[in-house]
Design a protein around this ligand. Sequence first.
Ligand code: AN7
Length: 357
Amino acid sequence: MSFKQRYIGIINRYRDHLPVHDDTRIISLGEGNTPLVRLSHISRERGVDIYVKYEGLNPTCSFKDRGMTLAVTKAVEEGSMAIICASTGNTSASAAAYAARAGIQAFVLIPEGKIALGKLAQAMMHGAQVIQIKGNFDDGMRLVRQAAEHLSVTIVNSINPYRLQGQKTAAFEIVEELGRAPDYHCIPVGNAGNITAHWMGYSEYQQIGVVATRPVMVGYQATGANPFIRGEMVDKPDTVATAIRIGHPQSWKQAWMAREESGGWFDECSDEEILAAQKLLASREGVFCEPASAISLAGAMRDVSRGKIPQGAKIVCTLTGHGLKDPDVAIQQSRKPLTAVEPRLEEIKALILRAVA
Ligand code: AN7
């Protein structure tokens, strides 16, 4: 029996492609190396080859960990004792965990009442200072920028360039797994950091000759939070997919460039389409992601049915966060209400027989 080398995270794995030194102290939780799951039922039914990159299986259950390991590693290297971010939830969870790991303080600004329960639990458990704002993510982001001008805290939102450097490694993994770039990469868009990071990753691998082609990048936003579809900022964003309830994206220009250079497009999905795709994925393929993540599949399926994405195409959809992040929305949308029966065999038998009838 031979032993595989222990996997210890994206910085160690992709050191040559990232801005670290030999003696940099790496702050890692073993992020990255997430599964690329082929959707067998959905691919067969729709005549395409669809994979999901299951980023919900990162240490804090979202893609943010890829960027956070590098952002916190560099913050510590530069002597910072505190990090700060605004967040719709996942960035705060990730920042809190990596700050704990590093032994520094995290301050997280979240929109009051608008973040999923799992994410709030994470930020609180990891010991972040949680600051609720009577406002939305965009208000929080403005305050974070202002606060960092006055105080010595490091911003770990995706305007921190190390975040995108770390997140580009998802594209590396996809290429290595498929042995090529996909034809289409479908991805949720909020601040547009992740679509930008993926395009950087694919482009780097093309430049150094690992692959000959890059995918068409397709970004999806919720109908109520759709600045890229409107072509202008949105002041009162709203959607059931709270992770992408963002009206003033931080990586505006870079995302337009990714769209332009890849020959891609932006489109929007309604909350109903998002929840239907989330349910379909969970019930037909066994993969549970949060609502914001499901928009990548919702959009891809619609673009396949419209012929915008051709039959036979190889498609990767990024599932940015785990379904358990947002148990409330999952339970609310279940068709049958949960009831309890007496603990007797007859009751159970009757229920099973009725279900299979
Ligand atoms: C599950 O946590 O912005 O387009 O503050 O949590 O790179 O912003 C989260 C974003 C998609 C959008 N899916 O990614 C935050 C935050 C999930 C997310 C996005 C987010 P970007």
